[in-house]
Write a new protein. Structure first.
Ligand code: SF4
Ligand code: SF4
Ligand code: SF4
Length: 588
């Protein structure tokens, strides 16, 4: 790679040809503020916050779009550069709803941080505001245009990560807003509710739909037994909301905090994950044995389910019919557990703490309702869970580590924990399927080929003499070529794990939002790997690491479900899917 020598703030800096001034400065540890810039996603230079002065250039230049050149002299902190930046941010603020105190992004807002960094204290340009829209009709996402800074990060994220174009700029000039086409609601377009646009948004313009008040009402209702379950990925990220380093596993503190919030039972969705493997693994074996529809796709990710229902409805027979782990868990709580405890299921309120926005929609899908009442009553995201803990005045960092409640649904295996990362469901399924087919204890439970952050991974696996190809994909952009091959009848795979969010649930749309600049001055990338490690380390610490070895799962089948795929298991733990027509802009 050709090297380029330049000076930034009179310091000699060496960059690579093709680098932008922003990249060169970051590599040299020099901070240039940004707003619309999002690494690998958005680099339009539209917001003009990263303005720098370059010797001999007539005007200030945006550092995120200007390439470095030999002998260039850049000043990031000259009076002119700072003044230019301040004017830009003040202009953004002049058309912004500055209601920070009640904003969900208060204290984790890139605009707030910019105002602080630039010492903005007055509003020199205060004037008329663009008419605003609040869209809170969908189950998962709220859009408030009065807080939008028109950075375009959400638009590019939806396009580049999910291959969808749900969001775009609407109207022109001062009336410009960011919205689904025709300023429709998220509820009326083919949005998969993955929430990746929320995590890309630097401000409070896109947020999750909060369900805290419903959960608090249930906690205060003396007639309700409130059961909480936590998804595997939550433990790898919840600590970040309390200032703990990225990737700190907080399983024990999370259980302790939820108990102190007043939940009557604190369980782990991991039990549901082990159950999912029993049902999904059996379904896979049956499809292989009986020449069923292959490849089989995993069905844990509700964002992915929504995507396939709209974008590839012809491939729905490839989807496993197994419900996702928290839905299975809810169904078992309100049937088997309720009977054993002598509680009327109508008096049980199940709350799922999830890293996911789409789970908020999943719980109300009619096909998922197998009993007279909802299997899961409410979903809180990891971020909402942190808000609940803070609201209840619990000093999270000081909590002792506690266990989940042990009775009936309390055991879980290492296989269940890794459901939270891309490749985890596949690895968990392979452990159980291989052990079942081999008819002996697995000596080596790790399937390294399933691990890592690549968009698509594949491997050939030997199942007791039968070789099968498996694939793992996360994000719809990575998944699409696999689906095209299946549609064209040229897929070599038998089993494909698909997750809606890049990296899997650890990077779900409900997880803590990583500020684009973290404490040590480095851009907050690598966070997915850090969270992933937290899950693999918990897997390694588990005594039992194969789902079918979970003694409480075995007890559940013995006492209630009989065997995977039985009539009652089908009724409670399986679902069906509906083909939807793609949204057409001419459908008014
Ligand atoms: S988006 Fe940021 S600046 Fe705007 S109201 Fe919310 S916290 Fe304040
Ligand atoms: S939730 Fe996902 S699919 Fe919907 S607009 Fe946002 S990024 Fe696109
Ligand atoms: S909604 Fe958020 S990410 Fe999208 S343009 Fe507005 S501020 Fe940027």
């Amino acid at each position: 790679m050709t090297q380029v020598h330049l000076k930034i703030n009179n310091m000699n800096v060496t960059a690579e040809a093709g680098d932008t001034i922003l990249q060169a400065a970051q590599k040299a540890g020099i901070h240039i503020p940004t707003l619309c810039y999002l690494k690998d996603i958005n680099k339009s230079g539209a917001c003009r916050v990263c303005l720098v002065e370059v010797k001999k250039a007539r005007s200030l230049l945006s550092a995120c779009t200007t390439p470095v050149s030999e002998g260039q002299e850049v000043f990031t902190n000259s009076e002119r550069a700072i003044e230019g930046r301040r004017n830009t941010v003040e202009l953004i603020m002049s058309n912004h709803n500055k209601n920070c105190l009640s904003c969900k992004r208060n204290q984790n807002c890139e605009l707030q941080r910019l105002c602080e960094e630039l010492g903005i204290r007055d509003n020199h340009f205060e004037g008329e505001h663009t008419a605003s829209t609040i869209d809170d009709f969908s189950n998962g996402i709220v859009r408030d245009t009065s807080k939008c800074v028109l950075c375009g990060r959400c638009i590019e994220t939806c396009k580049k990560v999910q291959g969808l174009g749900i969001l775009g700029f609407e109207n022109r000039g001062f009336r410009t807003i960011v919205a689904p086409v025709y300023n429709r609601s998220f509820a009326d377009v083919d949005c998969m509710q993955c929430g990746q646009c929320i995590n890309a948004c630097p401000v409070g313009a896109l947020t999750e739909k909060e369900s805290l008040s419903d959960v608090i009402n249930a906690l205060n209702d003396p007639n309700k037994t409130v059961v909480v379950q936590t998804a595997p990925a939550v433990r790898a990220a919840l600590g970040e909301e309390f200032g703990m380093p990225i990737g700190t596993p907080v399983t024990g503190k999370m259980a302790a905090a939820l108990r102190r919030c007043g939940f009557d039972r604190v369980y782990d969705t991991n039990f549901g994950a082990d159950l999912t493997i029993m049902e999904e693994g059996t379904e896979l074996l049956s499809r292989i044995k009986n020449s069923g529809v292959l490849p089989m796709f995993t069905s844990c990710s509700p964002g992915w389910i929504k995507y396939i229902e709209y974008e590839y409805p012809d491939l729905l027979p490839h989807l496993s019919t197994s419900k996702s782990p928290h839905m299975m868990f809810g169904a078992i709580v309100k049937s088997y557990w309720a009977k054993k405890k002598g509680i009327d299921p109508k008096d049980i309120y199940v709350v799922s703490i999830m890293p996911c926005i789409a789970k908020k929609s999943e719980i109300v899908i009619p096909e998922n309702k197998t009993q007279d009442y909802a299997d899961v009553d409410k979903v809180l995201t990891t971020r909402e869970c942190a808000r609940l803990i803070k609201m209840f005045g619990i000093d999270f960092e000081e909590l002792p580590d506690e266990e989940f409640d042990p009775d009936l649904l309390g055991d879980y295996t290492g296989a269940a924990v890794i459901f939270g990362t891309t490749g985890g469901v596949m690895e968990a399924a392979l452990r159980t399927v291989k052990q079942t087919l081999d008819g002996k204890k697995l000596e080596k439970v790790d399937f390294q080929a399933c691990r890592g952050m690549e968009g698509v991974k594949e491997a050939e696996i030997d199942l007791n003499g039968t070789k099968i190809w498996i694939a793992i994909a996360s994000s719809m952009t990575a998944t699409k070529p696999l689906l095209e091959d299946v549609r064209a009848g040229k897929s070599k795979y038998t089993f494909i794990e698909i997750m809606g969010c890049p990296g899997g649930c650890i990077n779900g749309g409900g997880q803590p939002i990583i500020p684009s600049r973290i404490k040590n001055g480095k851009i907050g990338y690598g966070y997915k790997e850090m969270r992933m490690k937290a899950l693999y380390s918990e897997d390694e610490r588990q005594e039992i690491r194969v789902s079918s070895d979970n003694p409480q799962i075995q007890q559940l089948y013995k006492e209630y479900l009989q065997e995977p795929g039985s009539e009652i298991a089908e009724e409670l733990l399986h679902t069906s899917y509906t083909a939807h027509k793609r949204f057409n802009i001419f459908d008014k």
